[in-house]
Design a protein around this ligand. Sequence first.
Ligand code: SAM
Length: 279
Amino acid sequence: MTEESAALYVVPTPLGNLADLTRRAEAILGSVPWVAAEDTRHSAPLLKQLGSRARTLPAHQHNEHEAAARIVERLQAGESVALISDAGTPGISDPGARIVAAVRAAGGRVVPLPGPCAATTALSASGLLDEHFLFYGFLPAKAGQRRQALEALRAEACALVFYEAPHRVLDTVGDLASVFGERTLVIARELTKMFESIHACPLAEALDWLKADPNRQRGEFVLMVSGAPAGADDGEALRVLKLLLDDGLPVKQASKLAAAITGAAKNDLYEQALLLRQD
Ligand code: SAM
C-alpha cells in the first residue's frame, strides 16, 4: 500500500434502532469517499441521513472476491473505504471476512469499529451464567446436517449462540430440544426493535411456548442454549430440579436437593433454578 492514511474501516450499523449507530461510525461514514455495502439500496437511506457523499460499491456474498479487489485498488489509490452490512457487524454471519483478508494480505490497514452485533447484544441480556460462550451463527438449513452439527456440540460446557430466521425457528428449536435435553433456552427476538422480547425457559417447553402465539415466531432470532453441566447427566439433574421447583420448593433448597439426588454441581443448578424461576 502506498498511502499510510487510507484504511478499510469495518463499521457496525444498527440492528433496528438507528440511535445505536455510534458517533465514530457516523463520523467515518460521513467522511470516507467510498462505502462498500452488502446491499447498496438497503443502506442508501442511512447514508443519506448522515449526509454522506460517499460513492457506494456492492460487497455481498456473491461478489466478495471481486469487491475485495476493487477495495484494495481504492486503498492503493489512497482512498479510504468503510465496509458495512445490512445490520450489525460485517463479517459476523455476514459478508466481510474475505474483504478484510484481501486487504490485510495486500498490506492494507484495517480499522475495526466496535458496535451493534446481535450475538453480544442477546447474550448481555440472557441471564445465562456460563463463563464462556460459543458463537455458532446459522445452523445448516437441511435437517440431517443440522442435527449432525448439534450432536457435535452436545458436550460443550459453554453457552451456545445461534442465529435463526423466522421460517426455520420451529424446526431448529425442535432439534435443539431433542439433542440437548432439558437445558435452558433463551430466545431473543427483534432486539432493539418495537417488539423486542427475551424469553428464557426449559428447552423442553420452548416449542409449545413458540406455538402458543404466532407473533412469537416472527422477526429475527438469537437462540442461546445453556452449556452442558460439568460431570453430571444434565437432562436428569434439570428434570429433578424442575420437579422440585414445580412442587413449590424455594430455589436454594430445590438446587441443593437436586444436586444431592443427581450428583450435579449445586451452584450450576442454583443458576439454572434462578433462570427457570424468572418465567
Ligand atoms: N452481522 C450481524 C450481527 O452482527 O449480528 C448478523 C447478520 S445475520 C445475516 C442476520 C441474523 O442476525 C438474523 O437472522 C438474526 O439471527 C440475527 N439478528 C440480526 N438482527 C437481529 C435482531 N434485531 N434481533 C435478533 N436477532 C437479530
